[in-house]
Design a protein around this ligand. Sequence first.
Ligand SMILES: Nc1nc2c(c(=O)[nH]1)N[C@@H](CN(C=O)c1ccc(C(=O)N[C@@H](CCC(=O)O)C(=O)O)cc1)CN2
Length: 294
Amino acid sequence: MTATLIDGKAYAAGLGDRIAEGSADFSTETGRAPGLAVVLVGTDPASEVYVRSKGRMARKLGMESFEHLMPVDTTQEALLALIARLNADDAVAGILVQLPLPRHLDSLAVVEAIDPAKDVDGLHPLNAGYLASGLPGLISCTPLGCLMLLKSTLGDLSGMDAIVVGRSILVGKPMAQLLLAENCSVTVAHSRTRDLAQKVGQADIVVAAVGAAEMIRGDWIRPGATVIDVGTSRVIRDGAQRLVGDVDFASASEHARAITPVPGGVGPMTIMSLMHNTLLAAFRRAGRPAPSLW
Ligand SMILES: Nc1nc2c(c(=O)[nH]1)N[C@@H](CN(C=O)c1ccc(C(=O)N[C@@H](CCC(=O)O)C(=O)O)cc1)CN2
């Protein structure tokens, strides 16, 4: 079997067109574009790239982008003061603090300071609780993007066996909740899990989010399973730097029915889900029904 590629770049482009339409409608109805505030502390090169991409994408889709670039020695108090200002700013529908933060800052306290209705990253404990309770809130961007790709590939997920490898707050935990809400039977595996290969081999859906280059081998994958690879690790291969996922793509493609590539799979969906959440937050804030976009 040679797997079908799940093209996250193409899906994200289509979703982007629908978000741009929704954004234009919002601006016409309210006289104001949806506003996204992105906060970066420090000069981590990868984070700088992501923050620039988020600002650029927001503007491309007709949103207003407020970028706050803070020095690496920013204090917790200064960061919390900025968040309090953004919470109170009517022009801002969504707030995102780029992670990871420098080590002297308390990320959880920072995320908790964001107004949950503006928490477009879906990381506030209230939004995590809404998700676990099946209530409408804002959903973490990467898992939301993974779910969109899964549903566009498989349709109804009811009754499927899913395994999420990784239990982070950013991806693993919300992903498991989303799959449960879709009526999957969900296993969450992590660094202490025993017999990982055997557990992966029982799943119809494998979501790999461990951050370890090509850790999941192709011969673990059940024939016909669908594989979503969240990992991005830089490795040197044949003298050149390459980006690889948590799954050994070449061998997994021989077993899976469908698989996301790295790059071009989940990554583009992360930024587009953020735009989706910003538009949703803007409509809710304005007390207007949000369009259904996926
Ligand atoms: N506050 C947040 N911080 C971080 C998040 C997040 O969702 N919210 N996620 C990641 C970083 N991230 C967005 O912030 C992100 C990562 C990767 C991509 C992406 O498009 N990757 C490409 C490859 C890009 C490359 O060549 O390096 C791909 O996979 O195709 C987008 C966004 C951590 N921090």
